[in-house]
Design a protein around this ligand. Structure first.
Ligand SMILES: *Cc1c(COP(=O)(O)O)cnc(C)c1O
Length: 398
């Protein structure tokens, strides 16, 4: 047997993927499963974007490109930052990677040394702590509560800053909670970060998906000083239903971007040439598909929040953005169905899958076991039927 790398210590199979796999095999057996597990929009990639990719193929854009992305895409990203966030970047402050996740991976590879801590508010996207650990750093989890809207207070943030702290991750709107920070809240966090010499890592992948007219802001736009200490992460996956195309990007200080580009040059090289041209069209072309998607998501969010809150022993706050609700199911912990005791979110997810034919994602891997995550990137019809089934199954727990 080959002895595996020590880097893999603590890197377990994702519980999320294990439950998704179980749901998939039940479905394949012909079981009627409603899946609230999706981590991607259920809309098709807009046709103008697909056409741009086809054109790229037919015009020979099928070779290596510069490692950090073609200038046309960098310029489209620069325009996007100018237009949406009032931020001015130059080409050497931008890197295009193979998905937003890849930019985050490159970033933590580029900035971390052993012992460095990265502050991550919980509930968090499952990948942050693992990517930090793979970069040799230590995730420092700061808990937030449902009652504070799952947002990290400045007090909690400051209390989490040790002498080893190097960076803080802000993900607004958030996966898994949908929480979004106001500009004032971002300003307070930015001030504390600057005072403590922390790099702000701002994951803005759900920027375009905010409801009730909520206006998301980039933390980097607060001041030039904040911008100099921030790396903004974004991509086309969520806003343009392009998860499979694998295009994400980062903007920040050029020394950091250069280091990230060097790492990318020795690992994946450039992101797919064809996808880059598709992303140029996504950013420069009509933005109409976003408003259509947003309208539909908002309707579904309203339905799912209302439906879940009508279930006894289930509650969820009204998320401001993204396409997830984080529902508190902990009132049923300790209860039983037949001989089965529900001890936590993983038990709950398995119970709902087995007894109700509903797939949800346990909150434990997101850093809070009291919750389960439901995605509303599924049809209204399935939301209504799924919520009905959840209500029935929770009602049967004694
Ligand atoms: C989906 C997602 C990303 C990026 O996804 P890619 O498909 O790699 O572009 C980044 N951060 C969060 C929080 C996400 O949910």
């Amino acid at each position: 047997m080959i002895k595996l790398s020590g880097r893999l210590n603590g890197l377990e199979e994702s519980v999320t993927l294990a439950i998704t796999a179980k749901a998939r095999s039940l479905k394949a057996e012909g079981k009627d499963i409603i899946g609230f597990g999706a981590g991607e929009p259920d809309f098709d990639t807009p046709s103008n974007i697909k056409e741009a990719a086809i054109k790229a193929i037919n015009t020979g854009q099928t070779k290596y490109t510069p490692v950090g992305g073609i200038n046309e895409l960098k310029d489209a990203i620069i325009n996007k930052f100018k237009k949406d966030n009032n931020l001015a970047y130059s080409r050497d402050e931008i890197i295009v990677s193979c998905g937003g996740k890849h930019s985050i991976f490159n970033l933590f590879q580029a900035i971390l040394n052993p012992g460095d801590e990265v502050i991550i508010p919980a509930p968090y996207w499952v990948s942050y702590p693992v990517i930090v650990a793979l970069g040799g750093g230590t995730p420092k989890i700061v808990r937030t509560s449902e009652s504070e809207g799952f947002k990290m207070s400045v007090e909690a943030f400051k209390a989490g800053i040790s002498p080893e702290a190097k960076a803080v991750v802000i993900n607004s709107p958030s996966n898994p909670t949908g929480a979004a920070y106001t500009t004032d809240e971002l300003r307070a966090i930015a001030e504390a970060a600057l005072k403590n010499d922390l790099l702000i890592v701002s994951d803005e992948i759900y920027e375009k998906l905010a409801y009730d007219g909520f206006k998301t802001a980039s933390i980097a736009s607060i001041s030039d000083e904040v911008k100099r200490s921030t790396v903004v992460l974004n991509g086309v996956s969520k806003a343009y239903s392009m998860t499979g195309w694998r295009i994400g990007y980062a903007a920040g200080p050029k020394e950091i971007i250069k280091a990230m580009t060097n790492i990318q040059s020795q690992s994946t090289s450039n992101p797919t040439s064809i996808s880059q041209w598709a992303a140029v069209e996504a950013l420069n072309g009509s933005q109409e598909s976003i408003s259509k998607m947003l309208k539909e998501f908002e309707k579904r969010r309203n339905a799912i929040v209302e439906g879940l809150n009508a279930i006894k022993n289930v509650s969820c706050i009204r998320p401001q953005g993204a396409f997830y609700v984080f529902a508190n199911v902990s009132k049923s912990y300790g209860k039983k169905f037949k001989d089965r005791v529900i001890k936590g979110s993983v038990d709950m997810a398995n119970y709902l899958l087995d007894e109700a034919g509903v797939a949800v994602v346990p909150g434990a891997p997101f850093g809070d076991d009291s919750f389960v995550r439901l995605s509303y990137a599924i049809s209204m019809e399935n939301i209504i039927e799924g919520v009905r089934r959840i209500g029935k199954a929770i009602g049967e727990l004694k």
